[in-house]
Design a protein around this ligand. Structure first.
Ligand code: FES
Length: 183
């Protein structure tokens, strides 16, 4: 990999992030996001760049990056499908969804399709347990109450460049439910 560096603009952003925290070390999560946005992953060389920029130990940045599945420690596909297999999702068929995806895409969790389009990850709770089973697309959109048919539609749509609507525990939805309950 060619020598890595942040641009002047990114360094300015990093300074602003650092200013929000009592120590540079505390800005590690934020700066890793800046790095992942730039490179698409935080492979060890990128982690080193973050460590050097923040002037913190490489081991610290490595520890933070390895703890969170949201940070990609290797190059990933265009769409990273984080399938929750934590308790609620597991009880509601999270592993069936994961295995269906693995079979459909011809890869296993942790792998990327040859065309670089999809990666699958099995992840811990994403905080949408009431909508289990669910998955997240590339650290963004949540797709809830999954069925195999819904997964098939999702994959077809993504292949055609169509991102799903965000389906998180949106407040309007909760408000609608609360309102219905009180009527
Ligand atoms: S267990 Fe899947 S979102 Fe919480």
């Amino acid at each position: 990999m060619a020598e890595l560096s942040f641009t002047e603009e990114e360094l300015k952003e990093i300074e602003q992030l650092k200013a929000k925290f009592p120590t540079a070390k505390a800005a590690t999560l934020q700066v890793l996001w800046v790095a992942q946005r730039k490179y698409g992953h935080v492979e060890p060389e990128v982690q080193n760049l973050v460590a050097e920029t923040l002037d913190v130990p490489k081991s610290h940045v490595h520890g933070v990056a390895s703890f969170y599945t949201q940070y990609y420690k290797e190059e990933k596909g265009k769409f990273v499908l984080d399938v929750c297999t934590c308790l609620s999702c597991q009880l509601c068929g999270g592993y069936d969804i994961l295995h269906h995806l693995e079979e459909k895409l011809g890869i296993e969790a942790g792998e990327t399709t040859d065309d670089g389009m999809f990666s699958i990850q099995s992840v811990e709770c994403l905080g949408a347990c009431g909508y289990a089973p669910m998955l997240q697309v590339t650290n963004g959109v949540y797709v809830n109450n999954l069925t195999k048919e819904k997964v098939d539609t999702l994959i077809d749509n993504l292949k055609n460049g169509k991102m799903p609507e965000f389906e998180s525990m949106a407040m309007p939805e909760l408000e609608k439910r609360n309102q219905a309950a009180s009527e």
